[in-house]
Design a protein around this ligand. Structure first.
Ligand code: S3P
Length: 399
């Protein structure tokens, strides 16, 4: 008899949800966002747009944004709090730079330590005036002009901030990306068209969330799942390429498209994994999944090297350090590099339970929480931070 394979779905994509809310707010008319990710980060974007005078209605499985067109934002009456979300802060800096009013952005302790010069420098070249004042950034709206800019690091947030600012300039900017950073802003601006008219958007499942299910399946004896309707934009599928190079049995099926974004089902089976080398050019396409790959590498035969990843030190925590501390505490042999690490595969029976520090970083917490059923007694400190990007994580993983 044919075995019935477990089918699951994951919440909507975080990057695409942010962009749908923001671009929907700049469009004229109603934008319906179906299957949005409702999490701490995207709710920071919702409340930011509300404080700029946009109505955002939250329904059971959708959001409705009532945009007033490109010049429809209002001066906020208080400081906008971006919480933990760098995407909210950086993309908003782009938009607010071109307004006729002043505004202030702040965020939590981790966000206020993240590098903002990477957006402030190109936006300043466009004519923006952004200054740090205590625990907030003051954005003094200005008339902007287009630029030709080469990003020193490949970053979708920087690229998007410039593209959004350019909507208030001559719409003529040229951005050179040293890597292949995610292109959701480009695809969504195309989808809304030159005149930015409100649209219906279905958000694909988040491949970064799907990655935790894929990883758990790969290392759980006999496991097999199909994850339905996951976004497979090639600027995001570095994780699939890397795990295939480690020996993962993974198939992409039923390809389709939602609002310009490619989508498919991902079928994965428990697989014998082997060490690999993870370095450029793949890094920008797998940047959020590197902590998880480091955990998977601990279950692979032989050595895995991770390089060209110093950007990880500038995320919600220093992810190179966070993941190394976690791996060491469960008994995995790992050595640190300035731009990555080397991990030696370890037999699961040689791993030990520990209380791992997530450093309040959602991706670190989830990367280790998937081991809960494999290493009995394993605990993760500050695990509630999963709500930053995947609020139903514990339910979906039966933890
Ligand atoms: C994101 C871009 C990436 C990624 C982040 C989300 C986005 O950051 O790490 O989680 O939505 O544009 P960078 O632009 O800093 O590479």
């Amino acid at each position: 008899m044919k075995k019935k394979i477990r089918k699951i779905s994951v919440p909507g994509d975080k990057s695409i949800t942010h962009r749908a809310i923001i671009i929907g707010s700049l469009a004229r008319g109603k934008t319906r966002i179906i299957n949005p990710l409702v999490c701490d980060d995207t709710m920071s974007t919702v409340s930011a747009m509300r404080s700029l005078g946009i109505t955002v209605l939250k329904e059971e499985k959708s959001l409705t944004v009532l945009g007033h067109g490109i010049n429809g934002l209002k001066k906020p009456s208080y400081i906008i709090d971006c919480g933990n979300s760098a995407t909210t802060m950086r993309l908003l800096m782009g938009i607010l730079s071109g307004q006729e009013f002043d505004s202030y952005l702040t965020g939590d302790e981790s966000l206020m330590k993240r590098p903002m010069d990477r957006v402030i420098i190109p936006l300043s070249q466009m004519g923006a005036l952004i200054t740090r004042e205590g625990n907030a950034y003051h954005i003094s709206g200005r008339k902007l002009h287009s630029i030709n800019y080469t990003m020193p690091v490949s970053s979708a947030q920087v690229k998007s901030a410039i593209m959004l600012a350019d909507l208030f300039a001559e719409r003529n900017s040229v951005i050179n990306d040293p890597g292949k950073s995610r292109n959701h802003t480009e695809l969504m601006l195309d989808y809304f068209g030159k005149t930015l008219k409100g649209k219906k958007i279905i958000i694909p499942g988040d491949i970064s969330s799907a990655a935790y299910h894929i990883a758990e399946t790969l290392i759980s004896p006999g496991a097999e799942i199909i994850i339905k309707n996951v976004g497979i934009n090639e600027t995001r599928t570095g994780f699939i390429d890397v795990i295939r190079s480690m020996g993962a049995q993974v198939q992409i099926k039923n390809k389709k498209s939602f609002a310009n974004e490619p989508v498919a089902d991902i079928h994965v089976r428990n697989s014998a994994l082997y060490g690999t080398s993870i370095k450029n050019p793949v890094i920008p396409r797998v940047i959020d999944e590197i902590p998880l790959l480091a955990v998977l590498a601990a279950f692979a035969e032989g050595k895995t090297e991770i390089r060209d990843s110093s950007e990880l030190r500038l995320k919600e925590s220093d992810r190179i350090n966070s993941v190394i501390q976690g791996l060491k505490s469960i008994g995995v042999n790992v050595s640190e590099r300035a731009d990555g690490m080397d991990i030696t595969g370890t037999m699961p029976e040689d791993m030990q339970a520990a209380e791992i520090d997530s450093y309040a970083d959602h991706r670190i917490a989830m990367s280790f929480l998937i081991l809960t059923h494999i290493i009995p007694g394993l605990k993760v400190k500050n695990k509630e931070c999963v709500a930053v990007s995947y609020p139903t994580f514990f339910k979906d993983f039966h933890i």
